[in-house]
Design a binder for this molecule. Structure first.
Ligand SMILES: Cc1ncc(COP(=O)(O)O)c(C=O)c1O
Length: 436
């Protein structure tokens, strides 16, 4: 039976209604296939995917080298369990990935622990920090998103929706403001506010020597694609050093060449203790991990952490191919170059739009925030309107920000100049259509 005949016999609406509502969904699209920057639907639609599956398909959908690598490994074994045997792609990934540690300290050997999802990697980082410091408290940043398992959710504050009715969460998690230049009086003032809040926290609520780690996104993701002042991570590093606190950077969304560096932390000179990775790591296969100095990582004793699927062989093969593609196609440089162009052109396009409060971003992690007046009242309606108009013109985008007031633009890093032209044209038209 050909695809058309199958579609006629399939009631897609009925099948869709079988999915529980917990999977909040941006579109009703049913995908036929996806490759590069494009998604094709069963009814013949074609969409430029500037969501990258929430920042995952940095190498594009179904990159031929990633697909080949997955196929080759699948034929040689799919589940080669980490507690039982060693598999070749896993061994190779444990050799190669630690070499990417951002701002490494000289003479330090780094290691890798693999899991499946971003939240799981956050859990691993938290357990490692607790074991290594014998401390139990954490400092996280308002607007941060670190996942939806219980401990990761305890660090998450990008929206109350992720926490509502789920108490009790982990005790000992303390929040300070993330430096948000637009909403906190500019770059210097925002940094000063954040650092003062840390001091105040230590003076009022928690003793620094009870704190195991700071967990921080180098660029705020779900919370609004907020680029902090460059001095932010180094300033947090300094406080961490002063009190023997670990610094864990959550690079789940900002990593893997997305911002024009392999890790966004590399835009600064701060040396983290733990790097949390997922999303782009295996071009869409479920894989995540943490990087840390071996002296730290090895403090997780045998069996104290792990999981049946962690470091799956096929996912590791995809991860190796992903590293090759990022290097050979120079995707970090590409993200930086295309990102600069898009930022400039989006800022120009936004000039005539009074409700665009800011166009910001780094590399291909870009956002347009909508707000009203001096009080910067969030305008999620305009952000949503832009998504609807862009989708009507065959470009897929996402929102972000606590109020859903920003539109994020997350192209695959392999996107072509023609595709960028198209997206810029569509966003410009969509801004006009929503009367922003
Ligand atoms: C910065 C950050 N950390 C952690 C996570 C959680 O990852 P996952 O959804 O794979 O659990 C996300 C997901 O969006 C994220 O953006």
């Amino acid at each position: 039976m050909d695809q058309h005949a199958t579609d006629l016999l399939t009631d897609w609406a009925a099948l869709r209604s079988g999915i529980p509502p917990v999977w909040a969904r941006y579109t009703d699209l049913v995908v036929e296939r996806a490759s590069g920057s494009w998604i094709e639907t069963i009814d013949g639609g074609r969409f430029l995917d500037y969501t990258s599956g929430i920042g995952v398909t940095n190498t594009g959908h179904a990159h031929p080298r990633v697909v080949a690598s997955i196929g080759e490994q699948a034929e040689r074994g799919i589940h080669l369990q980490q507690n039982i045997v060693y598999h070749q792609p896993g061994l190779e990934l444990h050799r190669r990935l630690p070499q990417r540690f951002p701002n490494p300290r000289s003479g330090t050997e780094y290691g890798l622990f693999l899991a499946n999802s971003g939240a799981e990697a956050v859990e691993a980082a938290m357990k490692l920090a607790k074991v290594a410091t014998r401390r139990t408290a954490f400092i996280a940043f308002r607007g941060g998103f670190h996942g939806r398992t219980h401990a990761a959710m305890s660090l998450t504050s990008s929206s109350a929706r992720y926490r509502t009715h789920f108490d009790p969460l982990l005790s000992g998690v303390h929040f300070v403001p993330y430096p948000y230049p637009l909403r906190m009086g500019g770059r210097d003032a925002s940094l000063a506010t954040t650092m003062a809040a840390i001091d105040e926290l230590f003076a009022t609520v928690v003793a620094p020597d009870d704190v195991a780690a700071f967990v921080v996104e180098p660029i705020l993701g779900e919370g609004g694609y907020v680029v902090p002042p460059d001095g932010f991570l180094p300033a947090v590093r300094e406080v961490a050093d002063r009190y023997g606190i670990l610094l864990a950077v959550d690079e789940v969304q900002s990593g893997y060449a997305r911002t024009g560096r392999f890790f966004a932390t590399e835009w600064t000179d701060a040396a983290p203790d733990i790097v949390i990775m997922a999303k782009g790591i295996a071009s869409g296969l479920p894989l995540s991990g943490i990087l840390a100095p071996r002296t730290l990582l090895d403090q997780l004793s045998p069996g104290s952490h792990g999981g049946t699927y962690g470091g799956n062989a096929v996912a590791c093969a995809a991860a190796l191919a992903t590293l090759d593609v990022i290097d050979d196609e120079r995707l970090a440089e590409r993200a930086e170059r295309i990102g600069e162009r898009m930022l400039t052109e989006l800022r120009r396009a936004a000039l005539d739009h009074a409700h665009v409060a800011e166009v910001r971003g780094r590399g291909l992690m870009l956002a347009i925030e909508f707000a009203d007046g001096g009080a910067l009242t969030p305008r999620p309606d305009l952000a949503k309107g832009l998504l609807v108009e862009a989708m009507a013109r065959n470009v897929l985008l996402l929102t972000c920000g606590t109020y859903g007031q920003a539109v994020r633009i997350i192209p695959p890093l392999v996107t072509t100049d023609d595709e960028v032209d198209m997206a810029l044209g569509v966003i410009t038209e969509s801004l006009a259509a929503i009367g922003a």
